[in-house]
Write a protein that binds this ligand. Structure first.
Ligand code: TXA
Ligand code: MG
Length: 355
């Protein structure tokens, strides 16, 4: 397939402006007519098409270079808007009352209105109500549910600003809506609900495991959230089996006491061109031995929200510096840390050095 679309860039920062209202109406028509529109959400940018058209799903897979068995999330404005497309249940509405609109995706049995092209051939469909006002305005302008994966080329970090979308999607989509930086910076939490009402966490995000447990009594964590899949193992979510968020340089995660990690990094800096996703507290200790432009501060050690917000941007920046290796800390597995841990072990292809 050749890409020769002239992508249109529209700034949608001010939702009170009449120009923005008319741009969003046009972007909504574009989706209805089978086109592709990139839009901001509170998690990451999405690459949207009409979830009810098989051809739109095919175009999304082609634009991302994504295998067509990796299903798409459908974005709706209100929890009850899932009714025409999915078989809902009490547990869905309990989760919806607590967390929607917001960064939660729920997997439910599909209705015929959603083609299997959108669901990667599965009989289930992933449903999400984003809270970002531009995403919500676009969904209502389109008048159809919007199928949207993250707007990166398959295998690249998810984009958290329009500049990153441009790097990956220029010429491959019709319109890119620029709504500034994504607030959260990591993709939504994904849970599935099975026939017996059991809830399983498939992808951790800003809605944490503990928050889910406050609403439903038992939540299982899928093995693939924290561990490497074994050869031939069945996956609950197809996205888990693909290499993800991977910069070109190898990523190595370090696990150890703060002083030990700093000492290890100082030694490595003398021997290799090391890009380091470091804590702010470490900058004075790491800026003497090496080029400070290879330090990428992710935030302070205890500020997991800041780390979530900056992670994907810094992976892109670190990779651009063409280092021999990218070092980062192994995140904790509690709270928002579990989402960081899940993304980092994928970026690092499970390479962890225990010090
Ligand atoms: O925050 C987000 O969720 C962003 C924004 C744009 O909404 N979207 C996003 O989509 O991250 P994507 O396609 O990059 O990741 C969706 C994940 C994939 O790993 C996919 O395999 C899984 O959700 N998924 C989608 N539908 C599924 C289904 N029916 N069953 C199991 N997993 C599913
Ligand atoms: Mg993605």
């Amino acid at each position: 397939m050749t890409w020769n679309n002239a992508t249109e860039y529209l700034s949608v920062g001010d939702l009170t402006s009449t120009q923005v209202a008319s741009d969003l109406a046009r972007a909504g028509s574009c989706i209805r007519e089978g086109g592709l529109v990139v839009f901001p959400t509170e998690t990451v940018y999405g690459l949207g098409g009409d979830a009810t058209q098989a051809d739109s799903a095919r175009r999304i897979y082609a634009a991302k270079g994504r295998p067509s068995d990796n299903p798409l999330i459908i974005h709706i404005a209100e929890p009850a808007d899932a009714e025409p497309y999915a078989h809902t249940c009490d547990t869905y509405y309990r989760l919806a009352r607590a967390f929607m609109p917001g960064p939660l995706t729920v997997i439910l049995p599909r209705k015929e209105t959603i083609p299997t092209e959108t669901t990667g051939g599965l009989e289930t469909v992933a449903v999400r109500c984003p809270s970002h006002p531009v995403a919500r305005a676009l969904i209502s302008a389109a008048g159809v549910p919007i199928a949207a994966p993250s707007a990166n080329l398959s295998g690249k970090p998810s984009p958290t600003c329009a500049a990153h979308v441009k790097e990956d999607m220029d010429g491959r989509v019709d319109i890119i809506l620029d709504g500034g930086d994504s607030e959260i910076g990591l993709e939504s939490t994904i849970v599935s609900i099975d026939g017996e009402d059991r809830v399983t966490l498939l992808r951790p995000g800003a809605i944490t495991y503990d928050a889910l447990c406050m609403v439903v009594s038992e939540v299982q964590i899928a093995d693939a959230v924290t561990s490497q899949l074994k050869e031939g193992e069945r996956v609950l979510s197809p996205g888990m089996k693909y290499r993800h968020y991977a910069p070109d340089a190898p990523v190595i995660l370090l696990d150890g006491e703060p002083d030990t990690v700093v000492t290890y990094l100082q030694k490595e800096q003398c021997q290799k061109r090391c890009a380091i996703l470091c804590y702010e507290e470490e900058i004075p200790h790491l800026s003497q031995a090496a080029d400070a432009s290879l330090l990428f501060p992710v935030g302070s050690r205890d500020d997991l929200s800041a780390q979530a917000h900056t992670l994907f941007t810094l992976l892109r920046h670190a990779d651009r510096a063409k280092p021999d290796v990218i070092y980062a800390h192994l995140p904790p597995q509690s709270g928002l840390g579990l989402a960081l841990y899940n993304r980092m072990i994928r970026a690092a292809a499970h390479t962890i050095v225990r010090l």
